[in-house]
Design a protein around this ligand. Sequence first.
Ligand SMILES: Nc1ncnc2c1ncn2[C@@H]1O[C@H](COP(=O)(O)OP(=O)(O)OP(=O)(O)O)[C@@H](O)[C@H]1O
Ligand SMILES: [Mg+2]
Length: 307
Amino acid sequence: MSTKPRVSLVTCSDIPDLDDEDAPLIGALADRGIDARPVVWDDASVNWAEAGLVVLRSPRDYADRREEFVGWARSVPWLLNPAELVNWNTDKHYLEDLRARGVPVLATQWFEPESRLTKQRIHTRFPASGEFVIKPAVGGGGQDSGRYTANKADSRRLAILHAHRLLKDGRAVMVQRYQASVDTLGERSLVFIDGEFVYAVHKAAVLHGPSKGPQEEHLERIDRVTASDAELAAAERVREVVREIMVERMGAATTLLYSRVDLVNDDDGRPTVMEVALTDPSLHFSYYPGALETFAVAIAQRVTAGR
Ligand SMILES: Nc1ncnc2c1ncn2[C@@H]1O[C@H](COP(=O)(O)OP(=O)(O)OP(=O)(O)O)[C@@H](O)[C@H]1O
Ligand SMILES: [Mg+2]
């Protein structure tokens, strides 16, 4: 048996060997004397007590089994980011916690499955004009998300069917106005490793029409970008609030191994939160030379410190 310290990089059964972006972490950690392996989170044969430091990377199949996923996270002795934060962050209702603490987030209408909305009720709650987005409160990769036009009958009908389908499946639904700046300026993701801002990427608009169902994969077009002062300030404010949430839920705030804050401009040009990704974000290492190494060093330091 290897006596080297162990790191488990958590993925899902669809991508058991990690995605292309994370796979080189194995070698980068090996260079630091660490035995790193990909591990599928719901593989019943894994003994998590022997998995060493367990780092979430691509467990991207929890959308319709969030409770099972959070239960698993809570059962892992040494997980990063921590399980209670995973619990908070895997349901986009967390956006309302941010809003309540003064962080600008996209205005969102929530449809809950318990309210048993009829198609007619869904119709009357949708915006009367402009474009809007429907997406599930639990999900990632833009899956089960669609873009609709309020005053076009066909589009509105598809939107009703989409929201109704999600609700029938027991999933909470988010309705947001389509933020026009996403088509022009795009979205910016600010990546933090070990509590420090490291780099930012630009993501082009992802949604181009109605949802084509749960299996639809969206093409992501990513570029390097320089974060503005206003974006950095908005992301710092988000991180402060996340620390407050950690204190409330976990009794203390720890430095997060990774976080990604996704921002879009509101109609007045102010950076506004689209998403705070603390569970399984793509960290887009390949866009910045040295980014993967920075992440490997951060992991290795935790392993050496033993916590
Ligand atoms: N209100 C909106 N206005 C414009 N575009 C939106 C809006 N909501 C979502 N989108 C588009 O859909 C994509 C996915 O939405 P979001 O980031 O909220 O969910 P996700 O599925 O968790 O994403 P990720 O791909 O980051 O995991 C965004 O990157 C953006 O391009
Ligand atoms: Mg996103």
